[in-house]
Structure formats: structure tokens, C-alpha cells
Design a binder for this molecule. Structure first.
Ligand code: NAD
Length: 482
């Protein structure tokens, strides 16, 4: 199998496709049927070392000398190439992640948008002049950190690469990217498109491999000056410890248990598609998935009945069939999600979607599952399941709803469904989340919207203009001229 003409058993280092120093490969599995998709490079610490050296060389060469406008232009060109190859990128992501084709295509579109957005923003970021003492002129410079490390998970490879690598390149950093071992084909395709767009050698390096090898080597590398990680809480803690050892900044995006609050005055018809889709998109393997639906007791039965009906119509099947839900990314993830569903045996499953009859036996399918009358402290209402599972929880007062919503260790996203403007404003302030949506969920996921969490959801912000600040370091210059 070739990826845009390149051999996926290679790493992309210093602008060239080359085998891993270990000379070994890993198997990439198609989660829709369990077959082998292809082999990928098993990158090791040596490959990370060579990538960091290539990135340093880029910073002291063409890439380091590029103007902000030139950086923007090359990002915009990558965006154009992404659009020209959108069908192939969507197909690769669908095969690799198991994502229904329409959702994979939306991710490729988002990758193009990140390149357009950060390409356009590259020459809009600037420092300030600061009024100071007589005889002084003081100004600030926003400078790149240098070599940045990007450790990316398997659930949204294109979107996460777009938001983190896009912002890092726009601000003049040189990147080393370690995609997930479960899904890395679009990371390789992205590198090839960046090469074709004329990104200077070494500005982007991609080393597929295992987290504990290539990922750990990248996070501990003493010459990496910023780390950006999206993934699980335990690995996020390891990354933060590695960053502490080298005293470098780190952005962590670690998932959530995001609630939607449905009040007595909510427009149910309007809310219903958001309530369900936010839980089952990408088979629930979304950091900002809405896995908890909190409903005022007066509307509880109506909401549960409407969601149950919607669930019974859901179909799960192979990614290229483009149904509501694809397989989970792996048999391992399927086992994790099924063990959570088993923990709900004391609860009532109110509705389940169906895995289509002819779904391949080797696929990692889980029927979307809805639980009702769940208590806020139940494991299904507290832990991130990362599968197509939602729980519905009743509440009787606004204060109780806020307490339940804020009653997990996470704080990524929250949404409220109410027509009461004062309540909207109150809750927007009270909810512990990096993004709050009023009468919607996700707002279409726009690349313009800063994103990140509190607590176990992580810290730092990606997406939007805000991310550019995180990928730069501020220098204050004070000139005394009399
Ligand atoms: P993970 O955290 O193990 O992997 C994410 C990335 O980190 C991958 O690229 C992996 O290779 C790398 N990695 C793993 N161990 C590492 C280490 N010691 N040092 C450096 N890098 C390392 O996540 P996972 O195993 O893919 O998924 C497990 C759980 O994590 C999921 O069930 C879900 O709850 C959560 N998750 C969250 C997100 C999110 O978007 N927040 C994404 C994926 C997974």
C-alpha cells in the first residue's frame, strides 16, 4: 500500500522519506474488518534524535529565515493540496480510524481550514509597545520556542495535527510529530503534502512508532522546547513530568465527561440531534464527546423517549459504508468500552442501535448504548468511556444541575439548552469547562474557537488565534535612549 505515492514503512526526517534506524515495522489494522492495512515504521529514539537535529538545522536555515508572510504562504499552499487530495485523505482516515467516510471527509476539510486559518494568521501576530519611563522605548517580540514536539492520538489525527502543527509552524517553530501507532496514515500523507507545498526540509518531521519508545524519546528530548500532547490522562501525566524535567511548557488535552444540561424550557426538537450526535460522533471516541445528558425532571421522560427512538435507528458498520457509526479504532478499545457497558448491568439500558448483520466478524463494533436514570456518582457517569455510550441523569434545580455538571474531575466542554437568557449567562460563568455552548453543542467545531480544559481535561489552549500565543515566547526589549 502506498500513501500518496510514498512507502508507509518510512519516517519523514529532514525532508526525506527514510526507514527507521531500527529497521523494524509495526502492523496497522483496519478496524472495520480486522485485516492488515499495511506496515508502518517502528520509529525509535535514534529517529527522534535525527528529527530533532533536522528541526534545529531548519531553524538555523531556510525555515528560520522565512518571513511570517512566507510561512503563511506555505501553510496556505498545504491547505490547497489537502483540498485537492480530500477524497484520498478521507478514505485513508476512514480505513485507519474506522471513521464513517462523511466524518473522515469533515476532518480533512478541517485540516485544510487549519492551514488556511494559521496561514492567514502567521503575519498577524505581533508584539506591543509599552509606555514607560521618559527616555525609554519598550516593546515586546513574540518568538518561536524552537523545536516543538507533537504527540497525537488516533481518534482525530488530521484535526489534531492541523491545530497543533499548524499553529506551531505559523509561529516559526520546527516540529517533530509522533502520530499514534493505531492510526498514522494521514500524518504521513500530511508530511508528503507539506513537502510538495515547499515546506523547507526539517521544518516538519514525522516519526511513527510506539508511545513508550518514540513518544517517550520525544517527550524527554532535552532540545525539544515545547510539548503538545492529546491523549489519555495517565500518559498526559508522564508527558508533564518529562516536560518538568526539561523545564519546558506543555499543552495537555486529555479528554472529558462533558455534559449537556436540558432545562424545562428547552426546545427539545431543536436539541435532540445535538444530544445524540455529540455522543456517537466517531463512535464516541471524541475528547469533547457529550457522554452525560442532564435533564430537568419535568422533561426527563420526554427526553429519554426521544433519545431512545433516535438510538434505535442508529446503525453501526464498516467505515466505507458511511453509516451513523463505524467500528471502534481497535479490538482493544472495543474491549474497554464493552467492559464499561458491563459495569452498567445494575442500570436500565433504554435503547441500543444495531450493528448491521453483514458487518465483518473481525471488526471492532459496539452497538451505541443509552442508559437512563443514572446516578451522578455511578462509574458510567464519572469515567471517560470513549465509546458510543451516553447516560441520562435527572435533576430538579439549577443549582443541582450545576453541581452534577461540575461533579467530575474533568472540565472540557459543557452545553445548556434553555430559552432563559439570564440563566444562560449565569451558567456560562458557573460551568467548569473550556468551552460552553448555549443552545447548541460544538458550534460545528470551528478552527477559530479556542479549545482546552480544566482539571483532568488538561491545560493550555489550542485552536483559534489563542494557540499562537502558546507556541511563542514573549521577549521584552527596553531601550534607553535619553
Ligand atoms: P494514549 O494516551 O496511550 O496515546 C496517545 C498518544 O500518546 C499516542 O501517540 C501514543 O503513542 C502516545 N504515547 C503513549 N504512551 C506514551 C509515553 N509513555 N510517552 C510518550 N507518548 C506516549 O491513548 P490511547 O491508548 O490511544 O487511548 C487510551 C485512552 O485515552 C482512551 O480510551 C481515551 O480515554 C483516552 N484518549 C483520549 C483522547 C483525547 O482526545 N483526549 C484521544 C485518545 C485517547
Amino acid at each position: 500500500m502506498k500513501i500518496l505515492g510514498i512507502d508507509p514503512t518510512h519516517c519523514f526526517i529532514g525532508g526525506r522519506w527514510q526507514p527507521s534506524q531500527a529497521g523494524e515495522t509495526l502492523e496497522l489494522v483496519n478496524p472495520s474488518d480486522g485485516s492488515t492495512l499495511c506496515q508502518i515504521a517502528k520509529g525509535i529514539a535514534d529517529d527522534i534524535d535525527r528529527s530533532v537535529e533536522a528541526a534545529q538545522a531548519a531553524l538555523s536555515g531556510d525555515w528560520g529565515r522565512a518571513t511570517a508572510a512566507e510561512r503563511g504562504r506555505v501553510l496556505a499552499k498545504i491547505g490547497q493540496l489537502v483540498l485537492q487530495n480530500i477524497d484520498e485523505l478521507a478514505r485513508l482516515e476512514a480505513l485507519d480510524v474506522g471513521k464513517p467516510l462523511t466524518q473522515a471527509r469533515a476532518d480533512a476539510m478541517a485540516l485544510a481550514r487549519y492551514m488556511e486559518f494559521y496561514g492567514g494568521a502567521a503575519d498577524k501576530l505581533h508584539g506591543e509597545t509599552i509606555p514607560y519611563l521618559d527616555g525609554y522605548t519598550v516593546y515586546t517580540l513574540r518568538e518561536p520556542h524552537g523545536v516543538t514536539g507533537h504527540i497525537v492520538p488516533w481518534n482525530y489525527p488530521m484535526q489534531i495535527i492541523g491545530r497543533s502543527v499548524g499553529a506551531a509552524l505559523a509561529t516559526g517553530n520546527a516540529c517533530v510529530l509522533k502520530p499514534a501507532e493505531e492510526a498514522c496514515l494521514t500524518a504521513l500523507a500530511f508530511a508528503e503534502l507539506a513537502r510538495q507545498a515547499g515546506l523547507p526540509d526539517g521544518a516538519l518531521n514525522v516519526v511513527p512508532g510506539l508511545g513508550a519508545e518514540a513518544g517517550a524519546a520525544l517527550s524527554h528530548h532535552p532540545s525539544v522546547r515545547h510539548l503538545s500532547f492529546t491523549g489519555s490522562v495517565p500518559v498526559g501525566k508522564l508527558i508533564q513530568k518529562a516536560a518538568a524535567d526539561n523545564v519546558v511548557p506543555v499543552t495537555l488535552e486529555l479528554g472529558g465527561k462533558s455534559p449537556q444540561l436540558v432545562f424545562e424550557d428547552a426546545d427539545l426538537q431543536d436539541a435532540l440531534p445535538f444530544l445524540v450526535n455529540a455522543g456517537i460522533q466517531n463512535a464516541g471516541q471524541t475528547c469533547s464527546a457529550s457522554s452525560r445528558i442532564l435533564v430537568h425532571e419535568s422533561r426527563f421522560d420526554d427526553v429519554v423517549a426521544a433519545m431512545a427512538k433516535a438510538y434505535s435507528a442508529l446503525r453501526a458498520g464498516p467505515a466505507l459504508r458511511d453509516l451513523n457509526v463505524g467500528p471502534l479504532v481497535s479490538r482493544r478499545q472495543k474491549d474497554i468500552v464493552e467492559s464499561f457497558i458491563a459495569k452498567g448491568k445494575d442500570l436500565k439500558i433504554v435503547s441500543q442501535g444495531q450493528v448491521v448483520d453483514d458487518a465483518p466478524a473481525g471488526g471492532a463494533y459496539v452497538a451505541p448504548t443509552l442508559f437512563a436514570n443514572v446516578t451522578p456518582d455511578h462509574v458510567l457517569a464519572q469515567d471517560e468511556i470513549f465509546g458510543p455510550v451516553q447516560v441520562v441523569i435527572p435533576f430538579s434545580t439549577e443549582d443541582e444541575a450545576v453541581a452534577i455538571a461540575n461533579g467530575t474531575p474533568f472540565g472540557l466542554v459543557a452545553s445548556c439548552w434553555t430559552k432563559d437568557g439570564s440563566r444562560q449567562m449565569r451558567l456560562a460563568k458557573k460551568l467548569h469547562a473550556g468551552q460552553v455552548f448555549l443552545n447548541n453543542y460544538g458550534a460545528g467545531g470551528g478552527v477559530e474557537l479556542p479549545f482546552g480544559g480544566h482539571g483532568l481535561s488538561g491545560h493550555g489552549r489550542e485552536k483559534g488565534f489563542e494557540a499562537l500565543y502558546g507556541f511563542t515566547s514573549l521577549k521584552t526589549v527596553a531601550a534607553r535612549h535619553g
